[in-house]
Every structure is written in C-alpha cells, then in structure tokens.
Design a protein around this ligand. Structure first.
Ligand code: ADP
Ligand code: MG
Length: 382
C-alpha cells in the first residue's frame, strides 16, 4: 500500500514534479490583512536541489507551507506529480504528505516527550513503513548519519539546538520520501555540520530525490543546482538573478516586473549592425552569436553567448549604433528577456555596483573585438 502512493523516482529525473501556479496567500487577523505571497509561479523538476533565498519576512516559510499542503493558498494551485494537493481532503492530504514529503521545520517541532530516536521513528509509524522491529535500527542509522548516535536516548530539551536540528533532519529522511522540504535546516549548525548536511542533501538529490531548501545564507546557493530568490512575496526572475547578481533583491524584483520575454528562431537576427540598440537583453535559453562584419567579405563570429549572459550593453553604455550584429545560433531557438533602454538607465542609476560591473564587461568585450578584428586583418593582408 505504501508502494502504490509513493512517487516514482530516478527513472524520470529532470521531469516536472512540483508546479505552483499563481499562488497568492493573504493572512487575515485582528490587525488586518497581509499578503505574504503575491502570485507565485514555480516549476521544480525531479532530482533538483533547489535553494529558496530571501530576506527575513519575504515569504519563504509561507511558500514552503504551500507546497507541503500544511497551509491553504488563498488563490492558485499546487500540483505535485500531477495531483492537485488542495483538491484532496485534509486527512487524505496528511497521509499523502507523510508518504511523499520529508519535512524539516524551521523550529524543528520535535515531540518533547519522545527521545530523539523515537522522534525519528515517528513518521515510519504514522505511514506504516518498514517492519515494526526494523524501525529502531533504521532510525539509529539515520541518527548516525547526522552525527547523533550517542544522543539517541536524549529528550529534545536535553539536546543542544544544533542537535535538535540534526534530529529533525534525520526524521525528515526516515520514510525515504522522494521530496525533502527543509526550512533553514542548517540555521543552527556550525559550519562543519552544515556542510555535512549539504553533502547529504547533494547525495540524495543525485540519487533522484528532489530537495527544496529555504535559507537566508546566500553562500549555500553555491552548492545547490538551482537558486530561487523571493522578495516581498514575489519570485525574482531567475535569469535576472543570475545575470545581474549585484542587484539588491528588491531591485531584482522590480526589474522582473519590467522585463519582457522575446523569442527568436534559429539563425534569426536579433540586432543588426549599425542599427541603434533599443534594449538590453539577457539570455533565458539558447545561444547567440556576436558577429563582426569587417571590411573583408567574411563575417567574423567574435563570441557565442549563452544562458544568463547579456548583450546590448555596449551600445547602451557608450551611446551610438551597434558595432556588431547579434543573431540566434544555428541549432536552437533563443528565448530572451529584454528591458527597455529607459529601464536600463534607471537600473544603472539605482545600482552603481552593477553599472561598474557592466562597464568592466564592456571594456573587456571591446578589447576582444579589437583583437579578433586585428587577427582577421592580419590573415587577410599578411
Ligand atoms: P520568511 O520565512 O521569509 O522569513 P514568512 O513566510 O514566515 O517569511 O512570512 C512572510 C510574511 O508573512 C511576514 O511578514 C510574516 O509576518 C507574515 N506572516 C506569516 N505567517 C503569518 C500568519 N500566520 N499571520 C499573519 N501574518 C503572517
Ligand atoms: Mg521562515
């Protein structure tokens, strides 16, 4: 019975698993209404190890509660493996959650009258997984994995905060659930223990589990396969977060609202040389070739840009017409995110750090173009 309702793994790595559609969450209480999530769209794939980052109060925990089915969205849908989780009854959803999700809560939520070993065994009892005699052994193995074998008999209040957090992580793994959802799981750990937990999560994701981890520690994101930034209840466009990492999170969010998507077919021209450039472009997917048309007859491809690279900045920063043409590469279509010239100037005014970083790239690219042009002329004229 447990087999039937647990999700299939590994064989379908990389395919869509969790789909959050237009989720809004408004809290109402005596003080009035507060909208913590303002229309979230997010798709997570099997086997991904995703970090959700954002400032305190930005809506990270609220978002996790939406995808675990712990709290209802005010509007929108959450689909997990094609199942609309809020279309199920509360009792069905709770059993479904037990089998398919391992959850590490921000404040652990260990049961105070059970020792750490018993706390880890609890989810196995709840969903009826593993033989009764096997459960203590399995729980002990998990405690060993998080470095707590010596503390197994301790009650939570006798354990340190870090030990309680590690026990909560062991508990989340106890039913071998295909999805692990963790709210600041390393927040109370020293850096060595934190790294150990991230190693563990990495290994689990390589074996096909999907891991969603909230953290406010942006250095953690170097170790995950994907980072999602949330700011004031809105997701930041992931291309913007990667292409312009020096922007503040509120600026990233504002820019996400100003940007528009544009598609190009393979080989299609995006910017014609000598035309004025009206937009700043970032690459969502596909590749583009930057081509110089010199005095010689042949075109010269000076560089190929890919996902999260940007272009158009040379002309926008220096004024004037395009020095090169830019076109979609031959083999795949290109999806771009564009912002208008006015919004680009607004952005540079708001973020001097980004302006400086882009200025450096302009210089580097112009040098590269000059060198490429020189090499080409040398070839042509000896
Ligand atoms: P984060 O986890 O990013 O720190 P949360 O998701 O916990 O943020 O909270 C986002 C916002 O929603 C905060 O302003 C918080 O005060 C508010 N909020 C969260 N839960 C409730 C609730 N039950 N009632 C009212 N407001 C809430
Ligand atoms: Mg939180």
């Amino acid at each position: 019975m447990t087999k039937r309702t647990q999700l299939k793994l590994a064989t379908v790595n990389g395919t869509e698993l969790i789909k959050i559609e237009q989720v809004v969450k408004t809290f109402s209480n005596a003080a009035g209404e507060f909208t913590a999530l303002r229309g979230i769209d997010l798709t997570l794939n099997r086997g991904e190890f995703v970090a959700i980052i954002g400032k305190s109060g930005s809506g990270k925990s609220t978002l996790l509660n939406m995808l675990t089915g712990i709290d209802h969205p005010t509007a929108g849908k959450v689909l997990v493996d094609g199942i609309d989780i809020y279309a199920q009854s509360e009792s069905k959803r709770s059993l479904w959650r037990g089998r398919n999700l391992g959850i590490v809560f921000q404040f652990f939520q260990l049961l105070p009258m059970l020792n750490l070993l018993e706390n880890v065994m609890l989810p196995m009892d709840y969903v009826g997984m593993y033989d009764v005699d096997e459960r203590p052994k399995r729980a002990m193995e998990l405690l060993r994995m998080v470095g707590l074998e010596e503390q197994a008999q301790k009650l939570p209040r006798a354990a340190s905060t870090g030990q309680q957090q590690s026990a909560a992580i062991a508990r989340a793994l106890s039913t071998d659930a295909p999805i692990i959802v963790a709210d600041e799981p390393t927040g109370n750990l020293d850096s060595r223990s934190a790294n150990h937990i991230i190693d563990l999560f990495t290994e689990l994701s390589e074996r096909g589990k999907t891991i969603v981890m909230v953290t406010h520690d942006s250095t953690m994101t170097q170790r995950t396969s994907r980072t999602v930034v949330i700011s004031d209840g809105q997701l930041v466009n992931e291309t913007i977060a990667q292409a312009l990492p020096l922007l503040s999170q509120p600026l990233m969010k504002e820019l996400s609202n100003k940007a528009e998507k544009i598609n190009f077919a393979p080989n299609e021209t995006i910017i014609r040389s000598k035309d004025p450039v009206q937009k700043f472009f970032m690459i969502i997917s596909g590749k583009v070739d930057v081509v110089l048309h010199g005095r010689g007859k042949d075109d010269l491809t000076v560089s190929q840009l890919e996902r999260n690279d940007f272009f158009g900045e040379i002309e926008l920063m220096r004024g004037g017409k395009s020095v090169a043409s830019v076109r979609a590469a031959e083999d795949t279509p290109v999806e771009l995110l564009a912002i208008s010239r006015e919004d680009f100037y607004w952005l540079m005014g708001e973020s001097p750090l980004t302006e400086k970083a882009i200025g450096n790239i302009v210089q580097k690219r112009l040098d590269e173009q000059k060198q490429a042009d020189r090499r080409k002329r040398k070839r042509l004229f000896g």
